[in-house]
Design a protein around this ligand. Structure first.
Ligand SMILES: Cc1ncc(COP(=O)(O)O)c(C=O)c1O
Length: 489
């Protein structure tokens, strides 16, 4: 192992600043001196001095040979990759690059239907054709879980010409599928496994968490270092293994989706976040898991609230769980998730990570202590004591109990062609047979019913109508009432 206590990029930046050089280079604010006071007041001078630019001694993100290369090599060493790359355009940028690496125009890529929009974005940019796998749905929670190994096998059997399979590990709500088994199945077909591990840069640091994708044998992985561990917002890592992917192409694609002027403070934050995980990761993540489990236990004692846990393990699509994601189902209080979110924010000054129709999600990370967790539990206890109305969720429940979620529609043109083609708005009720040019998703469970390039069927129109009648939240279409829909002209 390399010396993981080192932070080569931050060290090079500090050396440059301490040398008191006269900077005739970007950024134009020249270490803060030219900056308006309104901004200078916000950012400490020490930080402004470190807002530096590409130069020989600070290296070039796109052709690294110096401190950025050393910092990336340390990340690869820690996570067990052949190569790791710093990304300052979020995991979104990493996912674009990964998809562009394995698929070009007309190539098929197998992806879960509940993919994050960055995956659909990558598919649009590449011109690839998505083959969707339906994830399992937990009707009690109204949440999409993982895709099963069986769903992956079936997609591969039906599309043996696919160029790769993309898996989410774990979902936003912390649910992981049997990734090792999936990797074996996909590799058996000789193609790579790409993993959206936006929510998994910490998995390696606790044996109680799902296996991280690289350890399960995945070929390319993007992790949001900023979401879960200590880097600044926008900072992610892409890791890869040689063999099934072309590393020079991955490098070229990372160049394509990122600025030629990456922010050095962001890059340094990746360097430091990696060092922090290498030197203290186990202790910090184990503590976060303990805190989250403690919260889960206390929340489950509160009448009207439910925080799912071990009892869901073994259900379809639920192989293991990231315990640091604390999902609280509030429908027992007669509240929708968004209502509980507002109450918590304004009455208790507690902000959730997200809410959906039935649930609110809290992230417990290395930044939390017992104090925050106690405040959270106290707020939930008080909210539950003061809101115990009933609400009729039976319309939603009966739809999902019937389990009639329609299969993905026929993909007639690529999402890219649908997006860039001539489009027009037509009444949704008359749209059967037309090609959709936008995404239509209902929550719960947040699995798109229509994606760009898909043929709209009467079955889908009728099903959307039922969901609208039940009052489900629509996301995606330009006309959020779905009276009209954008189609390819
Ligand atoms: C599952 C998943 N993948 C990818 C992303 C994109 O990550 P980023 O916000 O770092 O671009 C997100 C963001 O929420 C996500 O939840």
């Amino acid at each position: 192992m390399l010396d993981q206590r080192k932070v080569p990029l931050l060290a090079a930046m500090n050396t440059y600043v301490n040398d008191e050089v006269i900077p005739f280079h970007t950024p134009g604010h020249k270490m803060g001196k030219g900056m308006h006071q309104a901004l200078a007041d916000l950012v400490p001078q020490k930080t402004l001095a470190l807002d530096l630019a590409l130069m020989t001694e600070l290296d070039d993100l796109h052709e690294p040979h110096g401190p950025i290369k050393a910092a990336q090599d340390l990340a690869a060493d820690l996570y067990g990759a052949d190569h790791s790359f710093f990304v300052v355009n979020g995991t979104t940028g990493g996912i674009y690059a990964m998809i562009l690496t394995i698929a070009g125009p007309g190539d098929k890529i197998i992806v879960p239907r509940n993919s994050h929009r960055s995956i659909i974005g990558g598919i649009i940019l590449s011109g690839a054709i998505p083959v969707f796998m339906q994830p399992e749905v937990d009707n009690e929670l109204g949440l999409a879980m993982g895709v099963t190994p069986e769903a992956v096998s079936q997609a591969l059997a039906e599309h043996p010409d696919a160029k790769g399979v993309l898996i989410i590990n774990p979902t936003y709500y912390g649910v992981a599928t049997d990734l090792k088994k999936i990797v074996d199945i996909v590799h058996g077909h000789g193609i790579p496994v790409v993993v959206d591990e936006a929510h998994g840069p910490h998995l390696k640091f606790s044996d109680r968490l799902p296996v991280q994708a690289l350890d399960a044998g995945a070929d390319i992985v993007a992790q949001s270092t900023h979401k879960i561990i200590g880097a600044l917002t926008q900072c992610s890592l892409v890791h890869c293994r040689e063999g099934r992917i072309r590393v020079p192409r991955l490098k070229a694609m990372l160049q394509l989706v990122q600025s030629t002027s990456p922010n050095y403070i962001l890059l340094a934050s990746l360097d430091v976040a990696r060092m922090q995980m290498a030197t203290q990761g186990r202790e910090l993540i184990e503590r976060a898991v303990d805190l989250a489990n403690q919260a889960r236990q206390e929340i489950n004692k509160i009448p009207g609230l439910y925080c799912f846990g071990e009892e869901k393990l073994g259900n379809p699509g639920v192989y293991s769980m990231d315990w640091t994601k604390v999902t609280v189902t509030v429908k027992g209080l007669g509240l929708k998730g968004a209502e509980a979110e507002r109450i918590l924010r304004h009455k208790y000054k507690v902000q959730v990570e997200l809410s959906d129709v039935y649930n609110i999600l809290f992230l417990i990370t290395l930044g939390d202590t017992e104090r925050e967790v106690e405040a959270l539990v106290a707020a939930l206890r008080d909210m539950a004591a003061t809101h115990h109305g009933t609400r009729d969720f039976s319309a939603i429940n009966s739809i999902y109990a019937a389990g009639k979620h329609p299969a993905s529609p026929e993909q007639v043109i690529s999402p890219r062609d649908a997006l860039f083609g001539n489009t027009c708005m037509v009444p949704f009720r008359d749209a059967a047979g037309m090609t959709c040019a936008e995404i239509v998703t209902f929550y719960p469970p947040g699995i798109p019913l229509l994606c760009p390039g898909e043929k709209i069927s009467q079955e889908i129109i009728d099903y959307c109508h039922v969901l609208q009648q039940a009052g489900l939240h629509i996301s995606g279409p330009e006309d959020y009432l779905l009276k009209t829909i954008k189609v390819v002209d």
